[in-house]
Design a protein around this ligand. Sequence first.
Ligand code: HEC
Length: 252
Amino acid sequence: MKQFLTVLLAMCIPVVASAAGGGGGNLDSMEPDLGDKASLQRGAQIFTNYCMGCHSAQYQRYKRSAKDLGIPKELYEQNLIFTDARIGELMHNAMPDEQAASWFGNAPPDLTLTARVNGPDWLYSYLRAFYKDESRPLGVNNSVFENVGMPHVMVNQGGLCAEPPHFGQDPKVDPSTGEVVGDEACEEWAIEGSMDPEEFDRAMYDLTNFLVYLGEPALMDRKRIGVYVLIFIGVFFIFAYLLNREYWKDIH
Ligand code: HEC
């Protein structure tokens, strides 16, 4: 009985599994907020404009994204579908894998589940980790995913770091003034982007947020339903308790 109870208790302890992606090293942490629809909408916009040329999200339908993000179907169709796909179709793209592999070294993988595989921290850091490296075929490298085949597709917005950006470090404090200095991932820029670093970080936050949503679209529903279930159990407990008292009241 004791053993049984121990096992039962152990089963109640929530197991938080966080997938660590390749690359290792330190990462900036990123707390997804799937309740922030505006952020998810901005993320979807970036994903469609800058990522879907190469990557698909083939386990998700456009319709589902439109519904969950609160974007009217017509608006979504007009602004966020660039192929001749209809809103009910899966988020495929037209890039042939074999050719892509010969262009980039590796074919761009499908991104529907990338946030589940790599984790939000990894993605958020990876997207901000490109730096100048003339020894690479495309002139860029990535400090989170060494020798990645993907070009820095948002170089115009985010700029290009001159040195490998570093993540997850405590901000340095200037001992003479006590002020925080050098808390940026990149200390020196080879190319300045049109956005300033905070703005670009915010954009990459939104994009990562959207990728987290793509990995598990039912998460928002599950949380909402979970609250109702807990309320139900709470109310049910009162009746069960009263009934129990009623049954036992004559037994001493
Ligand atoms: C020009 C084509 C191209 C574009 C555009 C592009 N990528 Fe990639 N991406 C690639 C290629 C190629 C790889 C595979 C790299 C490798 O394995 O070396 C890749 C790999 C990745 C990976 C790593 C996945 C893994 O687990 O290995 C992620 C994440 C990713 N891309 C996200 C994005 C996002 C987000 C965008 C939009 C901002 C984007 N990509 C735009 C070509 C592209």
